[in-house]
Design a protein around this ligand. Structure first.
Ligand code: AMP
Ligand code: ZN
Length: 137
C-alpha cells in the first residue's frame, strides 16, 4: 500500500518526529498552517473516523493532548485547534487517520471555515433524532 504516513512510521520517509508511543507517532506537517503545526497518527493504517477502532482513537487523542500541551509550553500560542478530516468532502487529502494540532495566535490569518448562523429548531431536532437512533450501531 502506498501511504506516506505509513512510510514515515516505518522510517522509510523523512519526517520531523516529535513524539512516539506504542500506538501513535506525531510529526511536523510539511505545509504548516502556523509554525508548530503537528500531525498525530496511529501506527495502524486506518483511513478515517469511520474506520478507526475506539481504542486506537483514544490513543491518538491522548497523544494529541500531550502534543498540544508541549506546543503550548514550547511556543506559547494563544490557543490551539485540534482538527480531523474524514473524507475528501471534509478536506481529507492523506487517507491515513490523523489529527492536526495547530497552534493559534490572535493575529494569525486563519479563519473559521463556517459562519455561525442560527438553525431552524425543527431541522436541528430532526437531525438529533436520527443521530440518537444510530448511536452505538
Ligand atoms: P488532510 O488534508 O487533513 O488529510 O491533512 C494532510 C496533511 O498532511 C496536510 O496538512 C499535508 O501538509 C500533510 N502532509 C502531507 N505529506 C506530508 C509529509 N510527507 N510529511 C508531513 N506532512 C505531510
Ligand atoms: Zn498509512
Amino acid at each position: 500500500m502506498d501511504c506516506i504516513f505509513c512510510a514515515i512510521i516505518e522510517g522509510k520517509a523523512e519526517a520531523e518526529i516529535v513524539y512516539e508511543d506504542e500506538a501513535t507517532v506525531a510529526f511536523m506537517d510539511i505545509n504548516p498552517a502556523n509554525p508548530g503545526h503537528t500531525l498525530v497518527v496511529p501506527r495502524q493504517h486506518v483511513r478515517d473516523v469511520f474506520d478507526i477502532d475506539e481504542e486506537t482513537a483514544a490513543a491518538v487523542m491522548r497523544a494529541a493532548v500531550r502534543v498540544a500541551r508541549a506546543i503550548k509550553a514550547a511556543l506559547q500560542p494563544d490557543g490551539v485547534n485540534l482538527m480531523q478530516a474524514s473524507g475528501p468532502a471534509a478536506f481529507q487529502s492523506v487517507f491515513h487517520f490523523h489529527f492536526h494540532v495547530v497552534p493559534r495566535w490572535w493575529d494569525d490569518s486563519l479563519k473559521l471555515p463556517w459562519r455561525p448562523t442560527p438553525g431552524a429548531p425543527s431541522v436541528i431536532q430532526a437531525a438529533a433524532s436520527r443521530i440518537r437512533e444510530n448511536i452505538g450501531r
